[in-house]
Design a protein around this ligand. Structure first.
Ligand code: FAD
Ligand code: NAP
Length: 313
């Protein structure tokens, strides 16, 4: 059944940015509606330990996000399990269409749609996705007990995934296109101490190989970035961890973007190029992309939305 809901403040996204915006928006008596999207809780629900959320020496990502959801609800935000499929920012009130059939109209919108895993774009990567190729170690690592697997990438995600996968795999090869990791020192230190992980420098994935019936990975081909020599490595799983791209598809034609699709916001602000539309978290942040910075921007966005709405009245 289709219906229309009006709200002063619509928050799109349920990661740290969206939930924090909900807390501040509720305390400003804006009675926000927050639409969670396909991944309630956002990216942190795909990881295990989070060690840099202030106040918790260690907390599991999914637990932290459940706590944030409960906090947002307790403050008064209406949290809705829906996905926005279309957003019209050309006139106020802004209009968002939900996958459920609900139309949301809003006087102000906070975009907090975050980021999604990037893929290499190989045909064979696509072919084996879900059948040996994954971008989420916490989701799929369990299937590789006693197997040899590879992780592609050199950032925090790649190193964390490699470390986590040693809980299941007999050997993890970390394949990076350079010989220097982008990951934080504490993670590199743990990687170097882990006997199950073997780095392979100056290599990139060129092909995933395997069987068709049943569909499954048996190995990969990697190319040396300097010599061009191609080598085969036997493995049952391939975890691609080469970064994230902003989830901007709702607004790519409506808002200014830069640095590969991140939403441009005004200096020291979350205001976008359209008055009344604010962007927070990984959607706009090409530099830090952390839970705590996303939460900080969610706070800013709600405070700025409150100011914007007060000026309209
Ligand atoms: P996200 O967490 O990306 O959430 C985006 C939200 O938008 C989701 O809820 C999604 O469902 C919703 N959404 C998207 N499109 C729509 C739509 N059309 N309609 C409705 N909703 C939509 N950071 C740290 O600080 N510490 C860590 O230890 C850490 N570990 C990480 C481990 C991994 C494996 C990954 C991938 C990231 C990690 N990060 C970590 C980074 C951190 O997760 C992100 O910086 C943070 O989650 C960004 O928050 P966000 O609110 O901007 O968006
Ligand atoms: P990232 O920091 O952007 O690193 C991506 C890695 O993949 C880089 O090493 C990059 O190589 C490599 N890469 C990119 N494109 C490639 C390609 N086409 N082929 C081969 N390799 C490629 O991404 P991330 O590790 O996902 O981290 C994203 C953000 O989340 C970061 O801000 C990170 O700090 C944060 N995060 C934090 C934590 C934590 O705090 N514990 C955990 C996970 C993520 P180059 O180095 O050569 O560019």
């Amino acid at each position: 059944m289709s219906d229309t809901r009006h709200t002063k403040l619509l928050i799109i996204g349920s990661g740290p940015a969206g939930y924090t915006a909900g807390i501040y928006g509720s305390r400003a008596m804006l009675e926000p509606i927050l639409v969670q999207g396909i991944e309630p809780g956002g990216q942190l629900t795909t990881t295990t330990e989070v060690e840099n959320w202030p106040g918790d020496t260690e907390v599991q990502g999914p637990d932290l996000m459940l706590r944030m959801e409960a906090h947002t609800k307790a403050m008064g935000t209406e949290v809705i399990g829906d996905i926005i499929t279309d957003l019209d920012l050309s006139k106020r009130p802004f209009t968002a269409i939900g996958d459920s059939g609900t139309t949301y109209t809003a006087d102000a919108v906070i975009l907090a749609t975050g980021a999604r895993a990037k893929w290499l774009g190989l045909d064979t990567e696509e072919k084996f996705k879900g059948f040996g190729v994954s971008a989420c170690a916490t989701c799929d690592g369990f299937f590789y007990k006693g197997q040899e697997i590879v992780v592609i990438g050199g950032g925090n995600t790649a190193v964390e995934e490699a470390l986590f996968l040693t809980n299941f795999a007999s050997k993890v090869t970390l394949i990076h296109r350079r010989d220097e990791l982008r990951a934080e020192k504490i993670l590199i230190d743990r990687l170097e101490k882990n006997d199950k992980i073997e780095p392979l420098w100056f290599h990139e994935l060129v092909e995933v190989t395997g069987t068709d019936m049943p569909l499954g990975v048996e190995g990969i081909k990697v190319k040396h970035t300097k010599t061009g020599a191609v080598t085969e490595i036997a493995c049952k799983g391939v975890f691609v961890a080469i970064g994230h791209a902003p989830a901007n598809e709702l607004v790519i034609d409506q808002l200014e973007t830069h640095m590969g699709g991140y939403i441009v916001t005004k200096p020291d602000s979350t205001a976008t190029s359209i008055p009344g539309v604010f962007a927070a978290g990984d959607l706009t942040d090409h530099l830090y992309r952390q839970a705590v910075t996303s939460a900080g921007m969610g706070c800013m966005a709600a405070l700025e939305a409150e100011r914007f709405l007060a000026e309209q009245e």
